[in-house]
Design a protein around this ligand. Structure first.
Ligand code: SAM
Length: 414
C-alpha cells in the first residue's frame, strides 16, 4: 500500500505533469511540500484554496499582486481562494513553483540554464583564455586589473620612451620601498606622455568586449583601477557595451605620501634662495588613501526582476553588505588581516573581495578574475561558497594562489 503522502503528491504530479513550464525540480519540491503540509488531512489538502493560502503565507503577497501573477481578475482569485472557482493547471503550476522556490531559496534554479565553466586557478594569458569561455556563463567579474602606472613590468602598458624607466637610482635605493622603482616622469609635454591614456584605453578595449560576452545579462563587473587612468577604463567598458552603475571607493588603512619636496630639489642644485622661497611646496600627489572601484553591468532585456529570475543576477544584497561593512556607504573601508599583507605588489584584502562578492552574487555563483595575482579573489570566493575561475599569467603567482586556496577555510568552516 502506498503511503498517504505519495498518493497525494501523485495527484499533484498528474496536475503538474499536464501544465506548461514546470520542471522536475518543481515537481519534486511540491511533493516535499505535500509531505510536510498535508499530513493527517484528506486528499483535498492539495486543492486550490490551500495552494493560494500557502503562497500568501510564504510570500505575504496581496490578493491584487497574486491575481496579477496568475493573470486573472482579483475577484476571480478571491473566489478561487474561497474554493468556489477552479484554478487552472497553469495557475497551479505557477503557485507550486512559488512554494518550491520560497521554501528553499538557495536551491532555486535560474530560468535560463547557464553553460558550465570549470573553476580553479588557470595559468594563462587571460586576454586569450577568456575568448574560449562560453557566452553568458559568468555571474560576476571581479578583478584588480593592471593600473598602467608602471608598478611592475606587467603594469607597463604604453611605449616606454625613458631609458631609466623601471630602474632604480642610488638615491631611490637609500629611500627604500617608498621610491622602489623609477616610474615614467609625466610632464605632459611629449606626445609619448599624452598617448599614455589612449594606449591604456586601447589595452582595456582589447579585453572589455570578451568580458561583456562571457558575463550573464545583468551580471556585475567590478574592477579596481588607478585614479589617473580609471576614466579611460570606464570609457573602454562603455564602448564595449557595459553600463556604468557607480564608482565605489576602497579606503585603505595606509597610504604613503610620495610627493617630493621642491625645496630639497633646489638645495641639491645649490639654489638656496629658491629653496627658501619654495619651502613647503611639493611635486607629485597628495597621500593616496582611496582607490576607485568601477562597478558596471552587462545590459539586460525587459525588467530587472525578470532578469534576476532568468539569470540569477542583476540585484545586489544590502543585508550582506551591511553585515560586512557595518553601513550602506559607497566608500568601503577594509584592511588586511594580521599576517595577510605583503605577498605581492597591489595585493587586495580578502575581506574587501568577500564584501564585493557577497554584494553581487549568491552562494554557488561563478566569479571570474582575469588578473588574479596571488589569488585574493579566489580565496574570498571560496570563503563565501562561490566558485571562482582565476586567471594569472605569472607561473609563480599561480603557485602562490593555489597554495593560498589550499590553506584558506572553505565556507563551511569560515
Ligand atoms: C594588480 S595585480 C593583481 C593582484 C591581486 N589583486 C592580489 O591581491 O594578489 C595584476 C596581476 O595581473 C597579472 N596579469 C597582467 N596581465 C595579464 C594577462 N594578460 N593575463 C593574465 N594575468 C595578467 C599580473 O601578473 C599581476 O599579477
Amino acid at each position: 500500500m502506498e503511503p498517504h503522502w505519495w498518493r497525494v503528491s501523485g495527484e499533484l504530479r498528474a496536475f503538474f505533469g499536464a501544465s506548461r513550464g514546470l520542471g522536475a525540480f518543481a515537481r519534486a519540491e511540491v511533493r516535499e511540500f505535500d509531505m510536510s503540509r498535508s499530513a493527517g488531512r484528506g486528499p483535498g489538502a492539495a486543492n486550490a484554496p490551500n495552494l493560494i493560502e500557502q503562497v500568501r503565507e510564504l510570500t505575504g503577497l496581496s490578493d491584487e499582486a497574486l491575481a496579477r501573477k496568475l493573470g486573472v481578475p482579483v475577484t476571480l482569485l478571491r473566489r478561487q481562494r474561497a474554493g468556489s472557482a477552479p484554478l487552472s493547471a497553469e495557475g497551479r503550476s505557477i503557485l507550486a513553483r512559488v512554494v518550491a522556490t520560497s521554501r528553499r531559496p538557495n536551491a532555486r534554479t535560474d530560468r535560463v540554464k547557464a553553460p558550465h565553466v570549470e573553476d580553479g586557478i588557470v595559468c594563462a594569458d587571460s586576454i586569450e583564455h577568456v575568448k574560449q569561455l562560453p557566452s553568458d556563463s559568468v555571474d560576476m567579474i571581479l578583478s584588480d586589473i593592471p593600473y598602467g602606472i608602471g608598478l611592475e613590468d606587467w603594469d607597463v602598458l604604453h611605449d616606454n620612451t625613458n631609458s631609466a624607466y623601471m630602474g632604480q637610482s642610488a638615491a631611490q635605493g637609500r629611500a627604500g620601498a617608498v621610491f622602489k622603482r623609477r616610474r615614467k616622469p609625466i610632464n605632459g609635454w611629449s606626445s609619448a606622455d599624452r598617448n599614455i591614456p589612449l594606449e591604456y584605453y586601447q589595452w582595456c578595449s582589447s579585453w572589455a568586449g570578451e568580458w561583456l560576452r562571457v558575463l550573464k545579462p545583468g551580471g556585475a563587473a567590478m574592477l579596481f583601477a588607478g585614479r589617473r587612468l580609471a576614466p579611460r577604463c570606464v570609457v573602454a567598458l562603455e564602448d564595449a557595451g557595459f553600463n556604468l552603475r557607480d564608482l565605489l571607493a576602497w579606503r585603505r588603512a595606509r597610504g604613503v605620501l610620495r610627493a617630493q619636496r621642491l625645496s630639497v630639489v633646489f638645495q641639491r642644485r645649490g639654489e638656496l634662495a629658491e629653496a627658501a622661497a619654495w619651502q613647503g611646496w611639493r611635486v607629485g600627489n597628495l597621500r593616496p588613501t582611496f582607490e576607485p572601484i568601477i562597478w558596471c553591468f552587462k545590459p539586460y532585456r525587459v525588467t530587472i526582476a525578470d532578469n534576476v529570475l532568468d539569470h540569477g543576477v542583476g540585484a545586489w544584497n544590502l543585508e550582506r553588505f551591511e553585515a560586512q561593512t557595518g553601513g550602506v556607504d559607497n566608500v568601503i573601508e577594509a584592511s588586511f588581516d594580521p599576517g595577510e599583507a605583503g605577498l605581492v605588489e597591489a595585493q587586495k584584502p580578502v575581506k574587501l573581495m568577500r564584501t564585493l562578492i557577497e554584494l553581487c552574487t549568491r552562494p554557488g555563483s561563478l566569479v571570474l578574475d582575469p588578473f588574479a595575482g596571488s589569488g585574493s579573489t579566489a580565496v574570498a570566493a571560496q570563503e563565501t561558497a562561490r566558485r571562482c575561475l582565476a586567471i594569472e599569467r605569472d607561473p609563480e603567482l599561480c603557485q602562490l594562489a593555489r597554495h593560498r586556496l589550499s590553506k584558506s577555510k572553505g565556507a563551511a568552516q569560515a
